[in-house]
Design a protein around this ligand. Structure first.
Ligand code: SF4
Length: 103
């Protein structure tokens, strides 16, 4: 069996807006290399591989919410989403809040 590479802490969690109680359960802290979550935007295979790991991660929802809330986590795959996905989520939430306020 190949040895599991360990990282001292999940990448970027020092940039989160609030202490991340979920970071200790981050699957990306236990598999792969930190660079695996920062694929080139046109590298679809690498993006899919990172997203596959996120899909099995027990703290995916918390990771996604932290990434959507923090502009510091703009780049890379977080919570199974790309930068474009998170921009879309922010835009949709902003539009929904505007509509709710106008109603
Ligand atoms: S959802 Fe993905 S990026 Fe977030 S902690 Fe889990 S494996 Fe890491």
């Amino acid at each position: 069996m190949a040895p599991t590479r360990m990282r001292p802490r999940p990448r970027g969690t020092d940039l989160l807006p609030a202490p991340s109680s979920w970071a200790g359960e981050a699957l990306c802290a236990r598999v792969g290399r930190p660079g695996d979550w920062y694929p080139d935007e046109d590298d679809h295979d690498a993006t899919a591989a990172a997203m596959e790991v996120c899909g099995r991660c027990p703290v995916r929802d918390a990771c996604l919410e932290a990434a959507v809330a923090s502009r510091w986590l703009e780049y890379g795959i977080w919570g199974g989403t790309t930068r474009a996905d998170r921009r879309r989520i922010r835009r949709n939430r902003k539009n929904a809040a505007r509509k709710a306020a106008a109603a």
